[in-house]
Design a binder for this molecule. Structure first.
Ligand SMILES: NC(=O)C1=CN([C@@H]2O[C@H](COP(=O)(O)OP(=O)(O)OC[C@H]3O[C@@H](n4cnc5c(N)ncnc54)[C@H](OP(=O)(O)O)[C@@H]3O)[C@@H](O)[C@H]2O)C=CC1
Ligand SMILES: CC(C)(CO)C(=O)C(=O)O
Length: 311
């Protein structure tokens, strides 16, 4: 039997952490074929030196996949594609994947955001897409070198609602063998939206004020702004039939208060470091789009979206 071909697209914080784990296990077992897709400087570095992960979980920091590709078009017969890019690269990646995937290829987006499944579906309508929620704290230290801090990363992977019976057992086996902490659920949407309500509200408010998670929990104005954004997201989830706890807003503040006071959010860091791209559309754009589609007013998200855009 042919080995399953696993492709990791994007070797940043997420792809560099989870892709490393899958590949390092496979270097010993040889059970799968693993390819990494990276671009520019990252491609050159990983092709030359392998992928480096600095993490308390791995004493051997290097891993070398079966192939490193610079272009998605060079991938052949992928069985599983881990999409590990920021939201602003998603459509571009999906358009390039469409001609290289085969009928049975499964797509596993490892990204934040409530609308990722819908956005992939628009470009890739037929294939199995497993909606997934990711928890990890990892970032690019240098091209080809990813640093992971804190708790072990975790994935909550769900069945595709449109391909509920797609054979995914081999994927859970792969994650198990790779010693990745994961839950597999029939429906992962509650997990995805529970994380979304947190990162969207805290991301937007910290980005507006260049503050911190602690400041959003304690400053009256910031707390109020985050609360109003969460209310809008809760209404959207309700209308979409996605279950969120009734006291999700209190629960979200409780969770946020367990973070060190000064913790920044990724959206805030991206906006205030003047990076060319950021995930504002992922956090606010999605709320505005769903609000308009479902006839739900989203004035607080609209206001903060405009304020951040004007920065
Ligand atoms: N990092 C974290 O701790 C967490 C991140 N997330 C979410 O996960 C998603 C991924 O984030 P993260 O890994 O941090 O992002 P990064 O920016 O660290 O990594 C994304 C990588 O994808 C690469 N990439 C983009 N397009 C292509 C392409 N066409 N071909 C090859 N490589 C490509 C980028 O390349 P280049 O460098 O050239 O731009 C970059 O290296 C986001 O939605 C984020 O919000 C969720 C939980 C935690
Ligand atoms: C947990 C949190 C909100 C802070 O780092 C995050 O994951 C993010 O900003 O993307």
């Amino acid at each position: 039997m042919n080995k399953k071909h696993i492709v990791v697209v994007g070797l940043g914080g997420v792809g560099g952490y989870f892709g490393f784990k899958i590949n390092q296990t496979n270097e010993t077992s040889g059970k799968y074929t693993v390819s990494f897709v990276a671009r520019g400087e990252t491609y050159k570095k990983v092709k030359e030196n392998g992928l480096t992960l600095l993490s308390p979980e791995h004493s051997n920091t290097q891993t070398y996949p079966n192939a490193v590709e610079e272009n998605i078009s060079d991938i052949q017969n992928p069985d599983l594609v881990l999409i590990c890019v920021k939201e602003y690269d998603l459509e571009n990646v999906c358009k390039q994947l469409l001609p290289v995937i085969h009928k049975e290829t499964i797509l596993l987006p490892m990204m934040n955001g409530a609308d990722i499944y819908d956005r992939i579906r628009k470009i890739i309508p037929e294939h199995t897409v497993l909606p997934t929620c990711i928890y990890v704290a990892s970032h690019i230290k240098e091209r080809g070198i990813v640093e992971h801090k804190g708790k072990a990363g975790k994935m909550i992977v769900g069945r595709d609602p449109e391909h509920f019976s797609a054979p995914v057992e081999w994927i859970t086996e792969l994650l198990d063998e790779s010693k990745i902490d994961f839950d597999f659920k029939d429906n992962s949407l509650t997990d995805i939206w529970t994380k979304f309500i947190f990162i969207a509200s805290f991301g937007l408010v910290t980005a507006k004020h260049n503050s911190s998670i602690g400041a959003v929990c304690t400053d009256e104005q910031q707390k109020n702004e985050a609360t109003e954004i969460m209310k809008e997201i809760k209404q959207i989830a309700d209308k979409k039939g996605i279950y969120l706890q009734e006291d999700i807003i209190d629960k979200t503040f409780e969770k946020a208060s367990t973070f060190p006071f000064e913790t920044p959010t990724s959206l805030q860091l991206d906006i205030h470091s003047g990076k060319k791209d950021n995930e504002l559309e992922l956090f606010a754009g999605a709320v505005l789009k769903y609000g308009a589609e479902l006839g739900i007013e989203t004035p607080f998200t609209q206001k903060i979206y405009t304020e951040i855009k004007e920065k």
